[in-house]
Write a protein that binds this ligand. Structure first.
Ligand code: NAI
Length: 794
């Protein structure tokens, strides 16, 4: 027999990883686990435990405490008590603790990997070679940030007590993504692991103990969704960081809307995997294996939608099937296994249900012939072809080893299909033509684009979504900002609550003071002055009660028109930063030319002194953002692979802005200019006190080469316009300046499409103080980071 023939006939022998150490660890705990609170094991107040299973057999591994609100309360109190001294520690000492945790993860890496595989069902190859090394890397990387914090973030402070809720697909890795940046920035933590996979978090608790981490800095409370809910609702938690389903993300948005809690959400995805005809098809197929069959496809950024250029679809499908036939499904502790077990029976049922529905909707299902283990929860690698773009399997996250394949003809069509989803977490582009690949990468709405590679992660490269995949980033410099806040903000006083203004009834209108109306304005939509749909207007009065003029009362239809105009103008985001800077400088120049007339008009409501400052500082503020337009740029990361990762600050899209009432010009410019500088388009509701400023603003924009529709202004009452803006699915973010009640409504009403929300937390921002009213804080909220990974070398 020749060597070549031997290769063909050779079979894999079993190569099982020894679970002895992990079993001994479980036995040492008598296979029953309590919570880790204040540095100690605490039993549950209600005495209830639940089972965690080995998905490869369905057998019980251990029982784990079910947390109630009382247990969560204990943990939050411990974290609160530990916060002052943890935050006050020298950054170097905090860095040492993180470094110690990184070292301990490495020291216990095999035990962690085996335990992870037993609890989750993922192949040991993956937990050993990917998950656990990335966990260690995350702690190393953040030990570095802890050290550098005072130099790099001098004006920031930690949020306080952070509640962190993680999913089951990368249990320890998600823990590291959450805990490392939180601790590095001086926060304390209550973490709730997923109910299917709590074990490695409990082993990590022991590592915290071994590292002598001060008691209460890390607390782990196990339990199901109700435990998570109690954590989200706890009044003493300052921030919630969540990874999981979009549905629960929405529930968290809703539960926190009326509180000042900050939240970051990393949610689902339906990531496109685009293969062009000039791609290296064999590499692309290997990429697919890592893209959709890694971790049984239970990956938020799985390349679950294959978009193939039509000309290569047939040979590509043949190659994919060939490769699928060689994938080995089976006991995850076997080192030669590619696909392990699905995490739980309910997830397996869900995958089966969705595939059946996809087939009922016309997809062709292909699975290699292979024998699945007789016990445990397994699903074979699956290819669905002839999938219609509107099919459930093209639109919804399956979270299983299922690839849905579609074709496209041109790069443009590829981009359209890729973006035809509510999600925006990740994407892959395969082409040997780097120009095409990068051109397409720039157009895809997703937080990560892997060019000719897939599913690469590194602590230095921020990860997170666009659109309904959530917001906030994990990793990188931007990830730290999720756990920090500007020092001045927390010290700023609250805005007094203002009763909502609404359309005056006829009786309310003072008919005795009706001097000649010297000024009326219109709405400003798509670069044109527009009459309001309602045909009504609001009176605008001077501080002494004099009628100054009238402004239109915008309504739902006007907002819709404004949003449409803003969407059409989105090419503003593709103009060069230099060009945007020029337009902004031109705005400043034109404001300077009209200085005196605007001051004289504004004086009637604000007094001359404020009016003068608003105009003069307004000119400066525009200069500031013209200056930033070509300087708030991204970074090039150098992860530990033969790759660069280009972190680009991209505009968020169309942003609604509720402007401050009491600084009609300066407040408007302070919010709208950073958004414009970064390439967003805007629909703004100007000051309710002095909406007549719109007249001056549209003259300014009309004469400054700002493209039509880049800024649209709809005057009216915030109480009436906010709802339409917040609920509009074509608006990507809302910036709302207002009192507590207004801010809470903005948060509550924008849950539908999970808009990003920036608010003043109901606090006063002193628009006349450049130290707080301009700069990076605004720019960071006006952008989202996209990481484009590009490999190098042959
Ligand atoms: P899930 O979103 O329910 O669970 C994630 C975490 O949230 C768990 O720790 C869970 O206990 C907790 N949780 C559940 N309800 C909560 C609530 N009301 N308040 C606070 N915390 C709560 O995800 P599940 O049910 O495990 O999986 C369902 C689907 O979600 C999957 O099929 C997949 O499509 C998606 N998913 C996405 C993940 C991602 O990384 N993007 C991770 C896990 C699931």
């Amino acid at each position: 027999m020749s060597i070549a023939e031997k290769f063909v006939s050779m079979e894999y022998g079993p190569a099982p990883e020894d679970p002895k150490e992990a079993a001994a660890w479980l036995d040492r705990h008598k296979r029953r686990f309590d919570f880790f609170i204040n540095g100690e094991w605490k039993s549950p107040a209600a005495g209830v435990y639940f089972d965690t299973l080995d998905p490869s057999t369905g057998e019980k591994l251990a029982s784990v405490a079910q947390g109630t609100a009382a247990d969560v309360d204990l943990a939050v109190n411990a974290a609160r008590a530990a916060f002052p001294s943890w935050r006050a520690l020298s950054p170097h000492v905090r860095a040492r603790y993180l470094y110690a945790l990184a070292r301990l993860v490495q020291k216990h890496s095999r035990l962690l990997a085996v335990l992870e595989t037993m609890d989750n069902g993922k192949p040991i190859r993956e937990s050993r070679d990917i998950d656990i090394p990335l966990v260690a890397r995350h702690f190393y990387y953040h030990a570095g940030w802890a050290q550098l914090l005072p130099q790099e973030f001098p004006d920031h402070e930690p949020c306080g007590v952070v509640g962190q809720i993680i999913p089951w697909n990368f249990p320890l890795l998600m823990l590291a993504w959450k805990i490392a940046p939180a601790l590095a920035t001086g926060n304390t933590v209550v973490l709730k692991p997923a109910e299917f996979t709590p074990l490695t978090a409990l082993l990590f608790a022991e590592l915290c103990h071994e590292a002598n981490l001060p008691a209460g800095v890390v607390n782990i409370v196990t339990g199901d969704g109700s435990t998570g809910e109690a954590l989200v609702k706890h009044p003493n938690v300052d921030k919630i960081a969540f990874t999981g389903s979009t549905e629960v993300g929405r529930a968290i948005r809703s539960a926190t809307a009326s509180s000042p809690k900050r939240i970051s959400l990393e949610l689902g995805g339906k990531s496109p995997f685009i293969i062009f005809e000039d791609a290296d098809l064999d590499s692309a197929v290997e990429g697919l294996v890592d893209g959709i069959w890694f971790n049984q496809g239970q990956v938020c950024c799985a390349g679950s939608r294959l978009l193939m250029q039509e000309s290569i679809a047939e040979p590509l499908i043949a190659k994919i099937r060939d490769r699928m036939s060689t994938l080995r499904v089976g006991a995850p502790l076997d080192k030669a296994i590619d696909i392990g077990a699905i995490v739980a029976r309910v997830q397996l049922d869900r995958i089966q249900r969705m595939v059946a529905q996809g087939v009922a909707e016309g997809a062709t299902c292909w699975q290699p012939e292979l024998a699945l283990p007789s016990r445990g929860f397994y699903f074979p690698p699956t290819l669905l072809s002839n999938v219609h773009p509107t099919s459930i399997v093209a639109q919804q996250e399956i979270f299983g080893p299922v690839l849905a394949a579609m074709t496209f003809r041109t790069p443009r069509e590829a981009v359209e299909l890729a973006n035809n989803t509510v999600y925006g977490l990740a994407s892959c582009v395969w082409s040997e033509n780097i120009n095409v690949a990068l051109h397409v990468a720039a157009q895809i709405k997703a937080g990560v684009v892997w060019v000719n590679c897939t599913n690469l992660f590194d602590a230095a490269c921020g990860f997170g979504g666009y659109r309904e995949s959530g917001y906030g980033r994990e990793g990188g410099r931007e990830g730290l900002l999720e756990y920090l806040q500007p020092k001045w903000l927390m010290q700023a006083p609250k805005l007094p609550s203002a009763p909502p203004k609404s359309t005056p009834q006829n009786d309310d209108i003072d008919s005795t003071s009706t001097p000649a109306i010297d000024r009326t304005v219109k709405l400003y939509i798509g670069g044109k002055q527009a009459r309001p749909d309602s045909g009504y207007s609001m009176e605008v009065r001077a501080s002494d009660g004099r009628l100054l003029g009238e402004a239109p009362l915008g309504n739902r239809k006007d907002i819709r028109n404004a949003v449409e105009a803003a969407r059409k103008a989105e090419s503003w985001g593709n103009t060069t930063a230099h060009n945007r800077a020029q337009v902004l400088y031109y705005c400043a120049e034109n404001l300077g030319l009209r200085r005196n007339e605007i001051i004289s008009r504004l004086s009637a409501v604000t007094g001359e002194q404020q009016a003068t400052s608003e105009v003069d500082l307004g000119i400066e503020r525009i200069f500031t953002y013209a200056a930033w337009a070509d300087k708030f740029d991204g970074a090039v990361h150098n992860p530990p692979f033969r790759n660069i990762s280009i972190a680009m600050n991209e505009p968020i899209g169309t942003v609604a802005v509720i402007c401050p009432a009491d600084a009609p010009l300066l407040g408007f410019l302070s919010l709208v200019m950073p958004l414009l500088a970064m390439g967003n388009t805007v629909v703004a509701v100007p000051s309710e006190n002095y909406p007549l400023i719109t007249g001056d603003l549209y003259q300014l924009f009309d004469t400054s080469d700002l493209p039509s529709g880049a800024v649209n202004i709809v005057t009216g009452y915030v109480s009436q316009l906010l709802k339409t803006l917040a609920e509009h699915d074509d608006i990507d973010a809302i910036w709302c300046y207002g009192d507590d009640a207004t801010v809470a409504s903005a948060k509550a009403m924008s849950i539908g499409n999970l808009k990003q929300v920036w608010t003043n937390d109901g606090r006063v921002i002193d628009w006349f103080n450049p130290a707080v009213a301009e700069g990076r804080w605004f720019l960071e909220h006006a952008t989202q980071v996209k990481n484009i990974w590009v490999p190098y070398g042959e």
